[in-house]
Design a protein around this ligand. Sequence first.
Ligand code: UT7
Length: 340
Amino acid sequence: MKRQPRSSPRSGKTRRTVSIIGTGSYVPEKILTNADLMRMVDTSDEWITTRTGIKERRIAAKDEHTSDMATKAALAAMEQAGVSAKEIDLILLATATPDMMFPSTACLVQTKLGATKAACLDISAACAGFLFAIEIAQQFITSHTYETVLVIGAEKLSSITNWNDRNTCVLFGDGAGAAVLRHRGSAHGVIATHVGSDGTYADILFMPGGGCRTPITLENADKNLQTIHMSGKDVYKQAVIAMLAASKTVLGQAGLTIDDIACVIPHQANLRIIEAIADRLKIPLDRFYVNLDRYGNTSAAAVAIALDEANRTGRIKSGDYILMVVFGGGLTWASTVIEW
Ligand code: UT7
């Protein structure tokens, strides 16, 4: 028999249920395979596949920016939700690769959509950004501040990748995913959310250039400071620790166990990280939705694209409990349990 979750300790019995009423995603046409990368850096399909599980990733066109991909994902989510641009109260866009430092990419998406009444802001929480945005959206809807929130995770990581660095360039890709959230009046919706950060690990995954500390100059550009810098082994270790803890915390808040979860949608960074979490949670790998073989790590977009695919392919069904859990630079981590 299906277990009934208890209501979130933070929100109490009178909380408004917040539902994801539509999802959408977009990935660019251009495919970059492991074989293509072998012609660019000293690597092999065997190394990339066994160390990461990635086979190919998508790369945006030169004139295709984060806001363009975000808009396409948003339109698909809005169409599925049956929500028009004019109904959107708030646009939250999670990204580490905004079109520019300011205005926010969310503002640029607002204009492309014609979502004239929406308040707009970007969320900076690296790969964890989409679930941070879901948490914020939920708070605004639960508090009756807004009715309809558009949440987007979108990245053009190819624009901050050092294509000469084999340690990082094989990992990342471009794309966008989106969800429309609203109070639906049924029990189905977000049951529990958890977010966390630890800035003491800021230097294991970061982009040093481009901010006020290291502005873009010719000299800094030569040092590749405007690209991703990562200590892979440290990130790997922290990713497993943080995603495992975040999964257990949110399940506890929801009053559920891992056995109640029909589908886990994790951050799509490395298949070995997902296998390690499956092993420690003691559930089979096939309970996880995995698409990193096709897209690589698309940071804030990854879990959003995976959620849309799981939704549209019927991998998640009405009434299923799903667990989403992510990890990113910062460090940041987040987890959400939803009754679909
Ligand atoms: O959203 C979060 C973003 N980041 C992550 O999630 C990354 C988490 N970390 C990882 O996924 C893994 O640490 C990596 C996939 C990045 C690396 O795997 P690893 O098993 O930790 O390899 P390593 O860094 O210890 O490197 C092992 C060897 C090194 O050679 P030596 O020093 O042993 O001779 C690397 O130079 O593999 C070498 N190497 C490569 N060889 C072929 C590193 N990158 C490559 C490559 N092709 N692309």
